[in-house]
Ligand binder design. Structure first.
Ligand SMILES: O=C(O)C(=O)C[C@H](O)[C@H](O)CO
Ligand SMILES: [Mg+2]
Length: 403
């Protein structure tokens, strides 16, 4: 199973995606997602200049050895660019191995732990009322869990809320970073009212999630966690920037609201104190940013020791390749929690044909050999790369804040 060719495909069917294709001498190929939103071309350069030349001629079946060759062998360890590049190789190699075994990937991982994968949808609105309408729509579509984000009075642009009614939310929305304004006090005063309204209208059954997107300090996060306790959230996500893992000690001492962290993490080392001290409840690192299946399953196993479950990041800036592989992983992993689901556009789905299905608030894994996602290279060529940047956030006095 010698690797005879490998190349990167960049396509932008509505948004940018980076895909690595690895081909073996027998003609069996695999694909991996290497998309790092707003920093796509850095991963392309890493793969083309440093990884692909070293892959040609290697045995594609030696996934573990190739992982360590790329991780230890680079000398420069960890980081989102490195770990996204390694992830793309790893996902493509698992795809090849499963195809060679004529098995869907979940079988190779250890078989089904569940029949279907619960997902949560994004419900956003410019105010509480329009957000409630979104919840109504998604409950009607069968979702058992929804992420609720509403506009905050006095803050013109807010994370998670589309610029105009009826439009899709897309964070990387301009060539150079847009500038947003943030007020912690306005936010903290408003969010409990939003959850009170959702529980009052929809009752206790539906799971509710919320993403703070790294904007609070630990004591402010503790205040929010406490304030929303009556509405029993499924999780509060990224309530503080998590480089300082120790800050979760303080948050945890104050609130029983479950905490999810890690969509910007890329290594097991980012999680160690959080897990060993039982400060969090869900891990978020997607396969495509955390070194692929080979590394993320080690994080999931470590998490399992502490009753921590998976809740993988799944916005539209991860391609269907990442989502498809995640659905296989979610079907297998013993300590599964939930899978994020932001539907891709029709154009994206056409470029990446796949066999996973959404039904009644859940994903159903496909039975095709491999991870079940392919790329239509001819169609991909019709959508050239266009630079798109994530916004920056400033406090009302102009101080640069966390976006
Ligand atoms: O989906 C989420 O929870 C996010 O926070 C989405 C991020 O803002 C997005 O992936 C940034 O690229
Ligand atoms: Mg998030």
């Amino acid at each position: 199973m010698k690797i005879s060719d490998a190349y990167v495909i960049v396509t932008s069917p509505g948004r940018n995606f980076v895909t690595l294709k690895i081909v073996t001498e027998s003609g069996t190929y695999g694909i991996g997602d290497a998309t790092l939103n707003g920093r796509e071309m850095a991963v392309v350069a890493y793969l083309e200049e440093h990884v692909i030349p070293a892959l040609i001629g290697r045995d594609a079946s030696r996934i573990e050895d190739i992982w360590h060759y790329l991780y230890r062998g680079a000398y420069w360890r960890r980081g989102p660019v490195t770990m996204s590049a390694i992830a793309a190789v790893d996902l493509a190699l698992w795809d090849i191995k499963a195809k060679a075994a004529d098995m869907p990937l979940y079988q190779l991982l250890g078989g089904k732990s569940r029949e279907r994968v619960m997902t949560y949808a994004h419900c956003t609105g410019k105010d509480i009322e329009s957000c409630l309408e979104e919840v109504e729509t998604h409950v009607g579509l069968g979702y058992r869990a929804v992420r609720v984000q509403a506009g905050i009075p006095g803050i013109p642009t807010i994370y998670g809320v589309a610029k105009r009614e009826g439009e899709r939310y897309e964070p990387a929305d301009s060539d150079l970073p847009a500038e947003h304004v943030w007020s912690t006090e306005k936010y903290l005063n408003h969010v409990p009212k939003l959850f009170a309204a959702v529980r009052e209208r929809f009752g206790d059954e539906i799971h509710l999630l919320h993403d703070v997107h790294h904007r609070l300090t630990p004591i402010e996060a503790a205040r929010l966690g406490k304030a929303v306790e009556p509405y029993h959230l499924f999780w509060l996500e990224d309530c503080v920037p998590a480089e300082n893992q120790e800050s979760f000690r303080l948050i945890r001492q104050h609130t029983t609201t479950p905490l999810a962290v890690g969509e910007v993490f890329n290594s097991i080392h980012d999680y160690r104190e959080l897990l060993e001290n039982q400060w969090i409840d869900y891990i978020r690192t997607p396969l495509s940013h955390g070194g692929g299946i080979t590394h993320v399953r080690r994080i999931a196993d470590l998490a399992g020791l502490y009753h921590v479950r998976t809740g993988f990041h799944g916005p539209t800036d991860l391609s269907p390749v990442c989502l498809g592989a995640a659905i296989h992983f979610d079907t297998w992993v013993p300590n599964f929690g939930i899978q994020e689901h932001m539907p891709h556009t029709e154009e994206t789905d056409a470029v990446f044909p796949h066999d996973y299905r959404f039904e009644d608030g859940h994903f159903l894994v496909g039975e095709a050999p491999g991870h079940g996602v392919d790329i239509d290279e001819e169609l991909a060529k019709q959508y050239p790369y266009k630079r798109a940047s994530l916004p920056v956030n400033r406090l009302e006095d102009g101080t640069l804040w966390h976006w």
